[in-house]
Design a binder for this molecule. Structure first.
Ligand code: VG1
Ligand code: CO
Length: 547
């Protein structure tokens, strides 16, 4: 029986810095756990997108430490703010792409996703939250800006009292007049995947002895990968490892790149390696693709998927266009040109793809940070990318190495790597960027480490659909047709600053496409390091991560 609960109005004062970054608000878990911090932000979201009266929201997170407590708080606040219903994943879990799928499929009035994605979790790790709009995607800058403005002037929030809602069983209950509907976190998503891909062909592939390793990194994708890969597609039991979501991701860093997914890399480069390997991040929107003895850069993966998407039933009629974030390599543009479809370069962050997807201008999008996705949802989608790769391999009956060789022979190879300098001094990193920005006009024509700069700018973007503009989205230093370096500061970190240096070089000649990427990029890397003064300014001679 539901007891009558009255909404309470609690006075509060603003916290500094509740500014959503590349993907929502992120902060140390302990910062989020202090009284009123989460409440302030959630009430600011409700004040911005509300009133909530009669509305339905989707709610879930990646299961990291504080996920369970935060969900209970948000449910009480949604009830106090008049929401009619909240759909919440069982045990409070929903991967980011699954949340997007639920928002779209059940036509909810947007949703809240709790995650700091690839950032480590735990009481001493990071936590995060973001609001997604009814189309299913991350809120655009106009909304995140309004939410931030609201956090700076908030004076009270609303919440009902009451016991915790039991989220361990599917079904409905009532909280302060609002229906809480606990849903299977996997079902809607798995059904969507089944509608896009040739599951029969992938089943045959596994039945023929194709071997795969999927490393869920103790993050949210485990249950999704187990259900789809092992139960539905017949991959052998044990294909998915680290499948149980843990509050601290088992102490790991749930970022699927060669450094943080070292165990998977070692297995894929061993004798007797499986045919195919993949990993996903904290909230399941990123993917890493590895063939036997073959690492596929995310930029190349985007290009390969764009070139071959028509082999999957969901994309059989072809793709409308391709969008990539600006720092992502130009490999996808080459595919778009050949297909005769539009190609777009957007700022970093999935929120910039939403308008293009909604307008039907693009079907496939991707970022060099291991995010790929399509118009099926409005988030990047790790398992989707893995399934499309499987569908392509099943249709082409080729190995990953074979697919890559064929792709590069057709389009040329874009050698690519990102070098991250993590948790460096924030002021020093900002000065580095400011000084470089100030020198942009003088760069063209200068020679650095034997390379001549032909162009240099700070990327600004006007959305071709809604006309909104953003500036200062990354400094580009271009060396002729072939080589390019991009520098920008991360917008997802919680401590200090992270400098990202994106390097690429184009090689059309198949006889020169077998070089080690770091070797192939050493000259452009040296040029950027020298011109930006990374060693002197940041005290770092080596990056922490090379993807
Ligand atoms: C990073 C990536 C960006 C991605 C964002 C969110 O942002 O570079 O491509 O969209 O993370 O991904 P930044 O500002 O740190 O470079 V996720 O999977 O952390 O939500
Ligand atoms: Co993520």
């Amino acid at each position: 029986m539901e007891t009558l609960m009255t909404a309470q109005t609690i006075p509060t004062q603003p916290f500094d810095g509740q500014k959503p970054g590349t993907s929502g608000l992120r902060a140390r878990t302990r910062v989020f756990m202090q009284p009123r911090y989460l409440e302030n932000f959630v009430q600011s979201v409700f004040d911005t997108v509300g009133p909530l009266d009669g509305k339905t929201l989707t709610l879930g997170g990646d299961g990291r430490f504080f996920n369970d407590r935060a969900i209970q708080t948000i449910l009480r606040m949604a009830a106090a703010n008049g929401a009619a219903r909240v759909l919440v994943g069982r045990d409070g879990l929903l991967s980011t792409p699954a949340a997007s799928a639920v928002i779209r499929h059940r036509k909810t009035d947007g949703g809240l996703i709790l995650s700091a994605s690839h950032n480590p979790g735990g009481e001493d790790g990071d936590f995060g939250i973001k609001y997604n709009i009814p189309a299913g995607g991350p809120a655009p800058e106009s909304i995140t800006g309004a939410i931030h403005a609201r956090t700076a002037e908030i004076t009270e929030y609303r919440i009902v009292d009451g016991p915790d809602v039991d989220l361990s069983v599917e079904g409905e209950s009532v909280l302060g007049g609002m229906v809480v509907e606990v849903i299977d976190p996997v079902a809607i998503y798995a059904e969507l995947m089944g509608s896009l891909f040739d599951f029969d062909a992938i089943r045959l592939l596994f039945a023929d002895g194709f071997r795969m390793r999927f490393d869920a990194m103790h993050a949210v994708t485990g249950p999704y990968a187990k259900t789809i890969l092992e139960d539905q597609l017949g991959a052998e039991p044990g294909t998915v490892v680290n499948a149980e979501p843990l509050p601290d991701f088992g102490g790991g860093h749930p970022d699927p790149n060669p450094v943080y997914a070292a165990a998977l890399m070692a297995e894929m480069f061993s004798d007797g390696a499986p045919d195919f390997g993949a990993a996903s991040d904290g909230d399941g929107d990123r993917n890493m693709i590895v063939g036997r003895h073959t690492y596929v850069t995310p930029s190349d993966s985007l290009a390969v998927l764009a070139a071959n998407a028509h082999l999957a039933p969901g994309y059989a009629s072809g793709i409308a266009g391709v969008a990539r974030s600006m720092p992502t390599s130009r490999a996808a543009d080459r595919v778009a040109a050949k297909l005769g479809v539009e190609a777009f370069a957007t700022p970093t962050g999935w929120k910039f793809f939403g308008t293009l997807l909604d307008a039907g201008r693009v079907t496939i999008c991707g970022e060099e940070s291991a995010g790929t996705g399509s118009s099926h949802v409005r988030e990047k989608d790790g398992l989707w990318a893995v399934l499309l790769w499987l569908n392509v391999l099943a249709a082409k009956k080729m190995s990953v190495a074979g697919v890559m060789a064929e792709h590069w022979a057709t389009y040329g190879r874009d050698y690519y790597s990102r070098h991250d300098y993590e948790e460096v001094d924030k002021a020093a990193a900002e000065t580095l960027m400011d000084d470089l920005r100030a020198a942009l006009g003088d760069l063209p024509g200068t020679e650095i480490e034997g390379l001549t700069v032909t162009d240099a700018d700070d990327f600004s973007y006007t959305d071709p659909v809604d006309g909104s503009t953003v500036e200062r989205q990354g400094i580009r230093i271009v060396f002729g047709e072939a080589a390019r370096g991009v520098l920008r500061l991360s917008g997802t970190g919680t401590v200090g600053a992270t400098l990202r240096v994106y390097l690429e070089r184009y090689e059309p000649d198949p006889s020169k496409q077998g070089e080690d990427p770091q070797q192939a990029l050493s000259q452009v890397s040296a040029a950027i390091q020298t011109r930006a003064g990374i060693a002197e300014r940041l005290g770092r001679t080596e990056p922490d991560v090379r993807t």
